[in-house]
Design a binder for this molecule. Structure first.
Ligand code: GDP
Ligand code: IMO
Ligand code: MG
Length: 427
């Protein structure tokens, strides 16, 4: 079996980029299967901080093939920027990066619509990344989207684009009282990008079929995370794709029968950016601000401050179950050194009733009172520890507590932002 999967288990930004970069050492192919440029995945390469939005985090490795799968919504403008940005670090995409012809395109009017809807919603805003993700997936499922492969047939592309532009213009002018899109400008704009993308565009589904037959080691890189999943997340405060296990199969073309490991990535605490319930958010504002600054909790895609809070095992167990996670990867353990008492949420109190099941209903999630267990912290700097046995006793207890609750082993502990800052299970 040759397929490993890396999925976020919280509300995103768990450190998937760093982990995929590390695991790519043993991968032939790395694939993104959902989401779009709403993702911000950070990797460090020769001391340079690199933030990727669309290109898989395996790109740093010279021999690794990277695929943007059919389930991704692709913004050619951002992709073009990303390719030249990587070039500056001497990281080449040519011959290594391939884009599915079936991936849907994100157009500027999707980003416009994303903005207008957010403004229109006023208090009900989701706090999206404004990357056009919701509107692009909406058009895909409404069957008026345009796919990457369609760029290469003038008649079809122009026809479709004209229809969709007219459709958006109706809404822009009538509902949002905004300026209309100039069809010709839009067409020319995209015709430029099609030349630029041409060398990367392939039938990646066929490529992946062949790679699986050949036993190539394939790594799937999730974007966003389980609690942002359109079905299993904190709906409606979610993204517009399946970020959980099922999304892998519809968004690439790997077989469920090829899976070896489903890695689930969680921070040692919790963060959330954008709107929506966050039961374990730090209540003490000074502590929250200090922690955010120390841990650098600012969005990699948008720069927005991330809300921070205690580890929520009720929520974590939910995404572990939904994804059938086989191994946990716990990141940023180093960032909770120096906290005297660490709280971990083990139950929710909802209207006087206790539960350890993550509720499907948003109105319940909005009124959750977390019930905490308190564990003692540690002061030591653990960033150079490479053996779990050598961690401070209280850190070991913290990890053991999580494993006992979740029932899945922690396979990798991340203690710093660099590739080598990990403690890997040896057995
Ligand atoms: P992603 O979206 O899941 O890839 O995560 P982001 O890149 O948005 O955010 C994770 C942040 O934490 C990045 O700045 C990483 O460089 C950083 N990071 C990842 N793992 C660790 C770790 O174990 N310790 C520390 N201190 N930073 C980490
Ligand atoms: P990575 O891959 C954290 C959040 C947004 C918003 C909601 C919907 O870096 O973990 P969208 O633009 O997708 O329509 O926004 O989802 N969101 C993320 N939060 N990390 C991400 O990606 C996110 N991608 C989207 O903040 O709350
Ligand atoms: Mg991120």
């Amino acid at each position: 079996m040759s397929v490993d999967i890396v999925l976020g288990l919280q509300w995103g930004d768990e450190g998937k980029g760093k982990i995929v970069d590390k695991l790519s050492e043993n991968a032939d192919v790395v694939v993104r299967f959902q989401g779009g440029a709403n993702a911000g995945h950070t990797v460090y390469y020769e001391d340079n901080k690199i933030v990727l939005h669309l290109i898989p985090s395996g790109i740093i490795h010279k021999g690794t093939i990277c695929i943007i799968g059919n389930g991704v919504v692709l913004d050619p403008e951002i992709l073009a920027e990303e390719i030249s940005y990587l070039n500056k670090f001497n990281i080449k995409c040519s011959g290594k990066l391939f884009i599915s012809k079936r991936a849907h395109l994100v157009f500027p009017f999707h980003k416009g619509m994303d903005r207008y809807i957010e403004e229109f919603m006023k208090k009900g805003q989701l706090g999206t990344t404004k990357r056009g993700i919701g509107p692009a997936y909406t058009d895909k499922f409404r069957r008026i989207g345009i796919r990457v492969g369609d760029l290469y047939n003038d008649d079809y592309f122009e026809n479709q684009l004209e229809k969709i532009v007219n459709y958006y213009n109706l809404q822009f002018s009538k509902i949002f009282k905004e300026e209309e899109i100039d069809y010709k400008k839009m067409r020319n704009h995209f015709l430029n990008y099609r030349n630029l993308l041409y060398r990367y565009v392939k039938n990646t589904e066929e490529m992946l079929y062949k790679y699986q037959q050949e036993g190539k080691r394939i790594l799937l890189e999730g974007a966003q995370a389980g609690l942002l999943d359109i079905d299993y997340g904190t709906y409606p405060y979610v993204t517009s794709s399946n970020t959980t296990l099922g999304g892998v199969f519809t968004g690439s073309s790997v077989s469920p029968f090829m899976i070896k490991n489903v890695y689930g990535v969680t921070k040692a605490y919790t963060t959330r950016v954008g709107a929506g319930p966050f039961p374990t958010i730090f209540k003490d504002e000074n502590f929250a601000n200090e922690f955010r600054d120390k841990a650098g909790e600012y969005g990699a895609a948008t720069g927005r401050p991330r809300n921070c809070g205690w580890l929520d095992l009720v929520a974590l167990k939910h995404t572990v179950k939904i994804n059938y996670i086989t191994k946990i990867i716990l990141t940023k353990l180093d960032e909770i050194s120096g906290i005297d008492k660490l709280k971990i949420c083990t139950e929710y109190n909802i209207n006087g009733e206790k539960t350890d099941i993550f509720p499907p209903e948003i109105y319940k999630l909005n009124i959750v009172e977390p019930i905490y267990t308190e564990l003692s912290g540690w002061d030591d700097d653990i960033s150079s520890v490479r053996d779990r046995k050598l961690l401070p006793d209280n850190a070991k207890k913290y990890l053991q507590f999580i494993e006992d609750y979740i029932g899945v082993p922690i396979d990798i502990i991340s203690v710093g932002k660099f590739r080598e800052d990990i403690i890997q299970r040896k057995d």
